[in-house]
Design a protein around this ligand. Structure first.
Ligand code: BTN
Length: 243
């Protein structure tokens, strides 16, 4: 596999998308020490300070993977990344639907999946899986807004892990774990790690937000929610807030 390393880059997802469009093979990885224009979901920015995190984007050709739906690939990434962090650090990581990883009630990792579909065949040509991990990021480097929500796996003065080892293990696991993980097993693991299952949450739909209870997460990664009037519904995309 090719690993392309940058000390500083605007966004590893942006670079990986360019490379994928130029024909880069499955498993090509772009990694950076720092991003100056890291992107999150909904066009938000992802603060990516120097040397304390890992910012990486993996090019996936879906025919090489057991699953090819972007939503499944996102759930897969959340499960694999949280497993790897748990194995290497011994810390317990939770998944907040859809794809944020939490430690100690703070977000320590965001995942952004971007896919391009071939117009003629309707098949997904490639998926860029972007992973941003705060490893030993002091919260003093985050903006006031991000500081409220973001955390880091290790405290500033705690002994951290080798970032190269983390990247290598993540790459290896992301490229191989799917071979032994059916969608049913994957979603079972996802649910075990979920921090929203059986919780009351606020969901945001347009300008409105509603209090609901999360009853289940189906194999497509959709939330099964129960409204306050007792109706069950599916919720497939949007923001939720744990209350
Ligand atoms: C989110 O929390 O909304 C997703 C954040 C994804 C951040 C990663 S960092 C590496 C890759 N490059 C980007 O510009 N974004 C992703």
């Amino acid at each position: 596999n090719q690993i392309i390393f940058y000390d500083v880059i605007d966004s590893t997802n942006k670079r990986a998308k360019e490379l994928a469009a130029e024909g880069a093979i499955h498993g090509t990885l772009v990694v950076a020490n720092e991003q100056t224009d890291g992107k999150g979901r909904y066009g938000r920015s992802f603060e990516s300070p120097k040397n304390t995190g890992v910012y990486m984007s993996l090019i996936i050709r879906p025919q090489e993977l057991t699953y090819n739906e972007p939503t499944t690939v996102t759930a897969y990434a959340a499960v694999v990344v949280s497993n790897v962090i748990e194995e290497l650090t011994g810390k317990k990581i939770g998944i907040k639907w859809v794809n944020d990883l939490f430690y100690n009630e703070k977000k320590i990792c965001g995942i952004l999946t971007e896919a391009v579909t071939d117009f003629e065949s309707g098949q997904i040509e490639w998926i860029v899986l972007g992973i941003g991990l705060n490893i030993s990021t002091s919260d003093t480097v985050f903006s006031e807004e991000v500081k409220q929500k973001a955390g880091s796996i290790f405290k500033e003065n705690e002994i951290s892990i080798n970032r190269n080892k983390l990247v290598a293990t993540l790459l290896e696991e992301l490229l191989t774990a799917h071979k032994e993980l059916s969608i049913t097993d994957l979603m079972a693991r996802y649910k075990e790690k979920s921090i929203v299952l059986n919780k009351n949450v606020m969901i945001q739909q347009g300008q409105e937000s509603y209090k609901v209870k999360v009853i289940d997460i189906d194999d497509q990664g959709q939330l099964i929610i129960e409204t306050q009037s007792g109706n069950r519904k599916k919720f497939s995309s949007g923001e939720i807030r744990i209350i």
